[in-house]
Design a protein around this ligand. Structure first.
Ligand SMILES: [Zn+2]
Length: 373
């Protein structure tokens, strides 16, 4: 009798086991799919080398704007392909061809791109003017910004029937630009983020003077439905900068600076969405193990908005054994956290990785084994 009961119990266990197993699998799988829904991934970028074909852009003594921006654009695409093999790079042109401005926007919209980068070089009657500027869509605040937009928008004069296609827009008439004051400026915040990152990275690596982030009405950005910027990567009218723009080194540095801005922009956006997604996961009592990057420890609290934390807006404060510890980022994946740490070390050379379980610090090794990594 006793034997019989045991056998029955074992049988019951054997039956229940797969059910429990499937149940656990299902439960464990749930947050992953929930996470996919909420996380943002930058998947497609459009690189738009300005002008082309019969439209030479600003003329140069060595090469014209259309040739320089194509060369820089191809280098930028190479950089992004190399560093982000999962990101699709679309070029509005890869050869010396004329592409109407409206076509460029249509291409980007059709591909539902996440970011649009129009590449140009600047020109000025005054040969001494030099430096880089990055524009976002909007109404110009100064005459010189309007002049830049006029010059770039004049590309439509090479198009047949431009007046009909652009609803009577006259690139040379200041009145035409009023439409940009009436528009709803979508994507401004993200466009500004990318634009300031471009300017910052130009400052780090090219040595070109930073003329800042500006706003003006560019037709190529106007109907492009995504974060969008127009980069003026130096003045072809300045002899020194023209030389620089024509060198292998100059082009590489310019392309890499924009590429690094892309790295930063992509990472920040994705990181923010991971945190939003993981917040909601934590509410479901899931994924209690987090890897974070510690950047400071102090016996006195450091205000989160202090300059010490630079531009990071996701700093977290933890009280551990009477000390205040400050971390940036929050990852369930150890490798992602390590990659992030490498980046953070540019700003915080002593940053290191820490692990948390239910908001309490635990040894990294323990966190790795508990999260099966
Ligand atoms: Zn141009």
């Amino acid at each position: 009798m006793f034997d019989m009961v045991m056998k029955l119990k074992i049988r019951a266990k054997l039956h229940i086991f797969p059910i429990i197993f499937i149940f656990i699998l299902g439960f464990w799988k749930l947050p992953a799919s929930a996470q996919e829904k909420e996380e943002y991934h930058l998947r497609t970028v459009v690189i738009d080398p300005g002008h082309g074909g019969r439209d030479i852009g600003a003329p140069g003594a060595l090469k014209h704007e259309k040739d320089l921006v194509l060369e820089i654009g191809l280098r930028l695409g190479e950089y992004i392909n190399k560093h982000h093999p999962d990101v699709k790079v679309i070029y509005t042109r890869k050869t010396d061809t004329f592409i109407p401005l409206i076509k460029r926007s249509e291409m980007a919209n059709k591909h539902q791109a996440d970011l649009f980068i129009s590449l140009h070089v600047n020109a000025n009657e005054n040969k001494h003017v030099k430096g880089t500027e990055t524009y976002v869509m909007g109404l110009h605040k100064t005459q010189s910004n309007l002049e830049v937009a006029k010059k770039e928008n004049a590309a439509i004069l090479y198009e047949e029937d431009y007046s009909r296609k652009y609803e009577g827009f006259d690139p040379n008439s200041a009145e035409s630009y009023i439409i940009f004051s009436l528009m709803q400026n979508a994507y401004l915040k993200q466009s500004l983020k990318f634009a300031s990152s471009v300017q910052k990275n130009f400052g780090y690596s090219t040595g070109l003077i930073n003329r800042g982030v500006k706003q003006a009405g560019f037709l190529v950005l106007y109907k492009t439905s995504m974060p969008r910027v127009l980069v003026e990567a130096g003045f072809i009218s300045n002899p020194d900068q023209e030389k620089y723009l024509n060198t292998d080194d100059g082009q590489r540095k310019i392309a890499h600076a924009i590429g690094q801005a892309f790295d930063d922009y992509k990472e920040k956006l994705e990181q923010q969405s991971v945190m939003l997604a993981s917040d909601s996961l934590e509410n479901q009592q899931e994924e209690s193990i987090r890897f974070k990057i510690q950047v400071a420890a102090s016996s006195d609290p450091i205000p989160l908005e202090s300059d010490y934390f630079k531009e990071y807006d996701d700093v977290q404060e933890h009280r551990v054994a009477g000390q205040y510890k400050y971390t940036i980022g929050s990852f369930s994946n150890y490798q992602e956290a390590r990659q992030f740490k490498k980046k953070i070390r540019r700003d915080f050379p002593d940053a290191f990785l820490v692990a948390f379980k239910d908001e309490q610090t635990i040894p990294v090794k323990k966190a790795l084994s508990e999260s099966n990594q």
